[in-house]
Write a protein that binds this ligand. Structure first.
Ligand SMILES: Nc1ncnc2c1ncn2[C@@H]1O[C@H](COP(=O)(O)OP(=O)(O)OP(=O)(O)O)[C@@H](O)[C@H]1O
Length: 594
């Protein structure tokens, strides 16, 4: 399991110095606990209780500083102050250990989250389509935080606790070396082996349950996300109660599984404490039989405790690590997903395209089984405006989606100006294509920023010019802050037609030679559609355009129409030609004209 974490060691590189400093602070705290503490007890108690003499050098030093009548008190104060001193060292070491490790782990979390988020930006859409969005969010937020938590305790304890154990063992060996009578205590260490079994047992269970709990948390986030995105449907279909019950079921499942994780995690400590107590009991009996002194017994008991305590903490750490590992696996699912749409190793440079499109024997399947497009051969000249029509599910949107490489063809090739889109860089291909969809997405930000998405380096007056071309300037200027008006998430506060105009303004600003209009007016009423149609007609001028249409009104401007049926093109020509020669086209057209 640790090897999995080592894979992530590269995240430590940028913060290595701080990480080492944190470990050094941890080592200091460990030495103070494991060796310093029992040593102090062994040295201080005899001076206090049995009047044992302190080393002559120390005695001389104190004698030089105080009058002879105060000597006894000074010695007592000197030796007793060693105890708080050891704890001060331990405290300072622990503070910096935890503080610095926290900084390190937050930086690591930041980097893991950023990597996972960046990976999401490049993963093929086919992968994203298969996921529950809320679950992806949960992986980015909850799982990354869980890994961070695991890393903090691990990095903190995995060095400090074994070091405490080792230094405490060193003290025991030293003690046995000085006084072979105390060898009895070493027997106790055999009991440590007893502690291994519960650590392994509970660790395995915690890992399994943590994975399930994180999966459930993903389901909860997914349900909340879906709910918020569908408030209109939920209210209009009266689904509130059903939604609340669904949510309740999910949180109850999470509760149950989480409770099991908590149970296993916290059962470990009492079990390990019982083993510790057993060890001390045995020491007491054997010590009594062997007649060791009270001071020796106390020092040995402290050293023994310092052996068991790190073991107990290590056990807890290990169960935390197992839980973090479960989350790591869920993040890995993203990070390790192979890029099935890789960038060309040596991309063919593509400047501003003229706009010639060649679909050569193109077939495509979303799931690798059912062909959604089947052997399409279509050649589109620069500047041609092509309408795509056909029954629902016939493959029109898919046909257009292959162009900006939202998906790659399963077989055949798709060329822009003679260059296979897979041989050019994604950036070059996409900068040549503007896309206006049925539900344009407006991001949180000002109207100015939203239009500028079309071309990030556009000046303000270029943005305004694009808005004018899209006939959006009028309503924008009528808003309280004009172009600086903030839009909520998803662009709430604007009508469907207004949102569509912002999207058209974006496309004007981008000024790409190829345009895809995917049912751009389908969600508008007839009046809004008629108004927007004028701007769309202007937008397609001089560009190669693919217009996916349900309404024939939106392809009035098309000079050529492709008729799709079950993934094939069954008609290709002008309206007049198709109406005369293509029965499906005629049927679709007549049905809409009724
Ligand atoms: N992301 C996807 N994952 C899996 N299958 C998909 C996906 N998108 C579309 N499909 C399927 O591919 C087929 C073609 O869909 P497509 O959206 O291209 O058709 P369309 O002609 O544009 O339909 P409509 O007019 O209803 O929008 C349909 O059977 C659809 O169920």
């Amino acid at each position: 399991m640790l090897s999995q974490f080592f894979e992530y060691a590269r995240y430590l590189k940028p913060v290595m110095k701080l990480f080492i400093a944190a470990l050094a602070a941890g080592a200091l705290a460990a030495a103070a606990s494991g060796f310093g503490f029992p040593l102090m007890i062994a040295k201080v108690f005899p001076v206090v209780f049995d009047n044992t003499q302190i080393p002559p050098e120390l005695q001389d030093m104190i004698a030089r500083l105080v009058a002879p009548e105060h000597m006894h008190l000074a010695v007592l104060l000197a030796v007793c102050s060693l105890l708080p001193l050891v704890f001060a060292v331990r405290g300072i070491g622990t503070f910096f250990n935890v503080y610095w490790i926290s900084i390190v782990s937050m930086k690591v979390l930041e980097a893991i989250r950023l990597d996972a988020f960046s990976k999401l930006q490049t993963l093929p859409l086919s992968f994203i389509d298969r996921q529950k969005r809320g679950d992806l969010i949960s992986r980015l937020i909850n799982d990354a935080a869980n890994v961070q938590g695991g890393l903090v305790v691990a990095a903190n304890d995995i060095i400090k606790q074994p070091l405490t154990l080792l230094t405490a063992l060193a003290f025991l060996v030293y003690k046995v070396f000085v006084d072979p009578n105390t060898a009895v205590v070493l027997m106790n260490l055999g009991l440590i082996a007893l502690a291994i079994w519960p650590i392994r047992f509970f660790g395995r269970r915690v890992m399994k349950k943590s994975k399930q709990a994180q999966d459930e948390l993903g389901n909860i986030t997914a349900a909340a996300q879906e709910n918020l995105a569908s408030q209109r449907e939920i209210r209009s279909y009266g689904m509130q109660e059903q939604q609340v019950n669904l949510f309740l079921g999910l949180i109850q499942r999470f509760f149950k599984i989480n409770l099991r994780t908590v149970k296993y995690r916290h059962f470990l400590v009492p079990v390990l404490e019982m083993v510790t107590a057993l060890g001390l009991g045995v020491l007491l009996v054997r010590g009594h039989e062997m007649g060791i002194t009270k001071a020796d017994f106390t020092a040995l008991a402290a050293a023994l405790f310092m052996c068991y305590d790190p073991l107990k903490r290590l056990g807890v750490t290990l169960t935390n690590l197992k839980s973090a590992y479960a989350s790591l696996e869920r993040i890995n699912y993203l990070l390790k997903e192979p890029d099935t749409m890789p960038e060309a190793a040596d991309p063919v440079p593509m400047g501003r395209a003229a706009g010639r499109l060649d679909y050569d024997g193109v077939s495509f399947s979303y799931d690798g089984a059912r062909k959604v497009l089947d052997g399409i051969n279509v050649h589109i000249r620069p500047g041609e405006v092509v309408g795509l029509v056909g029954p629902s599910g016939a493959g029109k949107t898919t046909f257009a989606s292959l162009l900006p490489r939202f998906y790659d063809v399963s077989s055949g090739a798709l060329r822009v100006d003679g260059v296979d889109v897979r041989d050019a860089s994604l950036h070059d291909v996409r900068k040549n294509i503007a896309f206006v969809s049925q539900h344009p997405v407006l991001f949180h930000g000002t109207i100015m920023e939203n239009i500028r998405l079309g071309r990030q380096d556009a000046a303000d007056d270029e943005v305004v010019a694009a808005a004018r071309a899209a006939a959006a300037d009028g309503f924008i200027m009528g808003m309280p802050d004009g172009y600086q008006t903030m839009l909520g998430d998803g662009g709430s506060g604007l009508s469907g037609g207004q949102r569509q105009r912002i999207a058209i303004a974006r496309a004007f600003l981008k000024d790409a030679p190829i345009l895809i209009l995917d049912e751009a007016t389908a969600s508008l009423d007839a009046e809004s559609e008629a108004l927007i149609q004028q701007e769309l007609d202007r937008l397609v001028e001089g560009r190669t355009a693919l217009i996916v249409a349900h309404r024939f009104s939106s392809i009035r401007v098309a000079t050529r129409i492709l008729v799709f049926e079950s993934g094939r093109i069954v008609g290709d020509g002008s309206h007049a030609e198709l109406y005369a020669s293509c029965p499906l086209y005629r049927e679709l057209y007549d049905r809409q004209s009724l």
